[in-house]
Design a protein around this ligand. Sequence first.
Ligand code: G3I
Length: 338
Amino acid sequence: MKTFATTIITALIVAAEGVYAFPSTGTTPLRNEASKKDILIGSGAINPMYLNDPEFAAVLANQFNSLSPENEMKWSFINPTKGHYNWDTIDRLVNFAEDNNMVVKGHGLISSCCNPDFLLNITHPTAFRTAMKTHFEAIMHRYDGKIDRWDVVTEALKTQGGGLNNNTFYQVLGPGYIADAFRIARAAAPDAKLFINENLVESLPGKRQELYNLVSSFVAKGVPIDGVALQMHITEVAPKPGVITEMVNSYKALGLEVAIAELDVHTLDNAVETDIYDAVVSEALDAGITDISFWGFTDKHAYTWVQGAKPLMFDQCYKPKSEFYATHAALTNFVNRS
Ligand code: G3I
């Protein structure tokens, strides 16, 4: 029997700047299968510099209908000093998406890293909240109508659970900073979807409940939030079957949606990794998740904490891996019953 590897031939894509060759998958692009079923299939962790590599750009545009930046929208990257914004990087992503009929998700308005000194030096709550409002408005107004959804707060909870992260926002504004951030974001971008982005809840039951308690308290208080973005950085072990479905149903009961925002799988065993891609994407689709993004797509630019792991679905040379085919099969096998 022929393996996928032996059937791979070179595909060509014609873009505004020229014609590019990249390894063919031998099948339809993920985005074609996803779009038929109204699903967003995206790649996060897109550093705009990577677009300088024509193969990277071609595979991204060919396979995905959504993208989001890696660090470039985090505070110290986009707004390193008071009043100065590095628009070029995100403009480039947004233009690339527009040229290739993709949507863009904003990532990193508030994240657990990367805050500039000028912000860290503000200790008075009123001035700090004003800085937050100015920052959100500058970014969200610039990309009004061009960025359709945002991770407003990323990693609000401690990594293993057990309370809110003791970050700068918490220290200056107290626990109310999260609700403040969502209110400011809604006023700045009334038409965009607003997510709280969190890690590890699929594998830590206590943290899962904590996130639910936090988000349901927001809903009870009328804090404007549209959904929960599960990072899904998986190390070695898949979430227990049923957990994703249970989360989707519990948030649906609150009127909220669940998205997968940063899926990747960190293990040295490629067969295990493939099974996890299959299990997570299949359960997510069956549960009704319509927005699935990975934390990048090529091992050339993978971010991993497991030395030697290759967590993404294309290899360093853009050849599709079995993780790609598992994702493709999950999308094609999915029957949309809604
Ligand atoms: O830009 C500096 C550079 O000036 C300096 O010389 C260099 C020295 O270490 O560091 C550079 O910054 C690094 C930055 O990435 C840009 O490359 C930081 O050290 C490094 O910590 C940072 O890592 C990022 C990490 O978030 C920060 O928490 C990763 O690239 C990024 O992939 C990762 O993304 C996060 C999501 O935002 C949230 N969910 C988890 C996800 C993966 O951990």
